[in-house]
Design a protein around this ligand. Sequence first.
Ligand code: IPM
Ligand code: MG
Length: 369
Amino acid sequence: MSPAKKILLLPGDGIGHEVTPAVRKVMDWFQSSGLTNFEITEGLIGGASYDVHGAPLTPETLEQAKSADAILLACIGGPKWDTLPFDVRPERGILGIRKEMNLFANLRPAVVFDALAGASSLKAEIVQGLDIMIVRELIGGLYFGQPRGIEDAPDGRRGFNTMTYSTSEVERIARAAFELARKRKGRLCSVDKANVLESSIVWRETVTALHAAEFSDVELSHMYVDACAMHLARAPRDFDVIVTENMFGDILSDLASTLTGSIGMLPSASFGAADASGRQPAIYEPIHGSAPDIAGKGLANPLAMMLSFSMMMRYSFVMNENANLLESAVQNVLKAGVRTADIVEKGQKSVSTDVMAETVVKELERLAV
Ligand code: IPM
Ligand code: MG
């Protein structure tokens, strides 16, 4: 067997402490059945790191992250840390690791699982079969632009941020999105606000030029972000791949994932550029947050975290059979009506995080023979 793949697990905060042990059960099953050879370590990030070290991201965790082949992160944050100074809030930990690892491409799928079409806030006939991918630029734009800050002003204080995009920043994310569209239905919608923002003018002209130069086989359209939000809520299946800047992507991906009725089901991945040896830094994480309202109650849905692990096996380790196996197990468990509280339907009883994990493991066991 090839050398062990190093995985760093970052449980983070809130329900992270429940969904991580759940995915661990699945990982242990893969390990003990000899299908994988992983070396798994755990680290601290977010509030959990602040409580121990006084910082949401330490050099040690960053070092662990950089030496891992892939990272599986649950979620961060919670009311306990909401009143901390801005620079040590849990969110700074996640933004810091993205920036330090240069993870510029964030892939956020919004998929409606057949068994869950009835759980959407939209009519089933609008969302059935929905399968879109939002490619969000992750380390530029308004989140990181300089100058930024808060200063004194005659009327009190003035807070300011800068939205900036350069040609090369747009090009690398657009290229990732075009390549992905090519592997899917061949359609890319680039979302900006070019009727108002200069950064969007550069965004649009760069995407258009790259399309003409390298990707004319992909069908490209442009949409303003407000129109895109409306279109997503009205006819989401019109989209295949959407590419957009950091903050627009943050907002649109929440909207898109909630349309699926299963935010507790959706994984995501963030990638940096591959190095000379082809090694590409990657963090996989569920789309959901730390859900402080249900944390500690055993109610959390561990499937998004499991599907994030599956995405890791598929994209970082090219273990497609393992990924297929895990995804089939999840599908079957859903079809059998096993649900956590967030996706329970009329007439079904909901199960706990642990029972869901054990059921998936049993199904893996059954499928593997
Ligand atoms: C997300 C989250 C983060 C973001 C927060 C936690 C910093 O909302 O991953 O979408 O805004 O990027
Ligand atoms: Mg968000």
